[in-house]
Design a binder for this molecule. Structure first.
Ligand SMILES: [Zn+2]
Ligand SMILES: [Zn+2]
Length: 241
């Protein structure tokens, strides 16, 4: 399968990633992506950018060497109500919003608490993607998550970095397989993202590809193979960006 876009990537602005936006865009062009999205961590991750970072994206070109450049954020879910650390006046300016649980921002809760955190975040109208819901440190009910995501037109992320054995996340592969099974059952869309923190990994979907093939996951439910399906996660029409 051809992967046309990568929407979860980090730049040096995240404070613990090591490539510039331009280096990432260059890599996206070299890999032949049609769209590239950068989604730096919001401010509750220590050393990451303040909200003002997300307010000046108008200076960044919309196209770089033919690649559509998309402006996003990986927002932190801060509590079990699903509140984010990014205000609406910032969220509304962005092309898309990923919401994720990070241990540095929220201690893992019980299964019910973790589910409430996700459900709360999913009720935020700007949130379109749940980032890496594959971390065993946050136990969840994959069936319930996929069912609610399908109902609310939220996309679940298959995170290439979680599938790397070096990842700090726990049981990534096993949990991602459960997520795919649940997504298949409820017809939930899945987006593959690299979560790159270094330019060379932008657009490298090797781990995702292996797991998708092993799981015989339906291609129709994968966003990355169609620019039409990309629209499902954008806050605006592509023509209006
Ligand atoms: Zn990070
Ligand atoms: Zn993350």
């Amino acid at each position: 399968m051809k992967y046309l876009f990568d929407l979860h990537t980090h730049t040096i602005a995240s404070g613990h990633a090591y490539s510039t936006l331009k280096e990432n865009m260059e890599e996206a062009a070299a890999k032949g992506l049609l769209a590239y999205g950068f989604s730096d961590h919001s401010e509750a991750v220590p050393g990451s950018c303040k909200n003002i970072y997300f307010m000046n994206f108008k200076v960044i070109p919309r196209k770089y060497k033919g690649v559509l450049i998309l402006r996003g954020v990986e927002a932190n879910i801060m509590d079990f109500k699903g509140n984010l650390d990014v205000d609406e006046n910032v969220l509304k300016r962005l092309d898309y919003v990923i919401a994720s649980l990070h241990t540095i921002c929220i201690e893992p809760g019980s299964l019910d608490e973790n589910m409430n955190a996700y459900f709360g975040a999913m009720s935020n109208p700007y949130v379109k993607i749940i980032g890496h819901p594959d971390d065993g440190r946050y136990p969840i009910d994959h069936d319930a998550l996929a069912k609610e995501a399908a109902k609310r037109s939220i996309v679940l992320e298959l995170n290439n970095s979680s599938l790397n054995p070096m990842s700090a996340r726990v049981g990534g592969r096993e949990n991602a397989a459960k997520m795919l099974l649940a997504a298949k059952k409820y017809g939930t869309y899945v987006v593959c993202n690299t979560d790159s923190h270094y330019a060379d990994y932008v657009g490298d979907f090797g781990n995702c590809d292996d797991l998708l093939n092993e799981s015989a996951f339906p291609k129709e439910l994968i966003l990355n193979n169609s620019m039409e399906k990309l629209k499902l996660i954008l806050n605006k029409d592509i023509e209006d960006l």
